[in-house]
Design a protein around this ligand. Sequence first.
Ligand code: F6R
Ligand code: MG
Ligand code: MG
Length: 364
Amino acid sequence: MRTTISVIKADIGSLAGHVKVPRELLDVCGDSLSRALKRGIIKDFHVTSCGDDIDLIIAHNKGVDSSVVHELAWRIFRAAANLAKERHYYAAGQDLLVEAFSGNIRGMGPGIAEFEFQERPSEPIIVFACDKTSPSAFNLPFFKIFADPFNSAGLVIDPKLHGGFKFEVHDVKQAKRIFLGCPEELYDLLALIGVSSRYLIKRVFRKDGEIAAVVSTERLSQIAGRYVGKDDPVAIVRTQSGFPATGEALEAFVMPQLVPGWMRGSHRGPLMPVAQRDAHPTRFDGPPRAMALGFQVSDGKLLGPADLFDDVAFDESRRMALEISDYMRSHGPFEPHLLSPEELEYTTLPQVVERLKKRFEPIE
Ligand code: F6R
Ligand code: MG
Ligand code: MG
């Protein structure tokens, strides 16, 4: 049977600043999805949060870009945002950028990662959710999972993976996309996705066309034309039996890579893999977090989750992330802790330069 998994996320208000989603907002989402489940609109769901972002994980059979599912998520976020406003939670309604729903949640503020597949006899998936970072945070780990034999042993020794994977890469500046196959176009792929401020991995496919992974790549700052918060991405990966093993997918997050999005969306910091209970960034509003929930998709039901970074095996990554945090923080307002001017969510630089304009003089 064909099943669609839609992970739809939004920051619609949080507790004590941009820290964590209050329980009562999650309950609004859970109650609404329960009603949708009873009415047969969806097959199953799980509500969770990463930092100040709510993640609705929905299983259904309506395909990707279903206006029914998108509108459901939109209405749920609206209801939760109304409560957030009533209760004066912080940044209530932040990610809901338009008034009325118009057919597809893309471009309306929330982020979305969704794919449809024919369920295998056993269908494990991982839902990744991040806070205080951008979709570009998935470029490096997804490259490792699907193209790096030093990360994924299956690329070398599993005949089902040996053919490699195909990457759909988006040029976010030109709104164009390209498909690149690996291993044959590995260097071209790296030449693009290494420039992660511009080129984003959107989807990964097996060479037979089967979908393997998808990332939410909505650009909130571009949508709104002004700073309205981070993209704080989500992603879904299929694992095992013809896809990378669950452990190969998780292995790609061991190295706490530097990502943009820390404090005011304007600083680089290490992406720290954490259990859900630790997904509430407070130190300098960070450091950026990634959590990973594992499910078995079973006749449209979501069995689980297993909290996959809740393992002592990631302690050393977390320790390293904290050490890198100290090091990066010690740069204060200097690059590369501070992002380059083009990447800053907001800056006083133009005003400062304007005010000092007359005092700039030619260098002898
Ligand atoms: C929000 C975030 C935070 C805020 C910062 C300032 O996700 O990344 O670091 O940018 O707390 O927030 P405001 O401007 O709302 O006071
Ligand atoms: Mg927030
Ligand atoms: Mg957030």
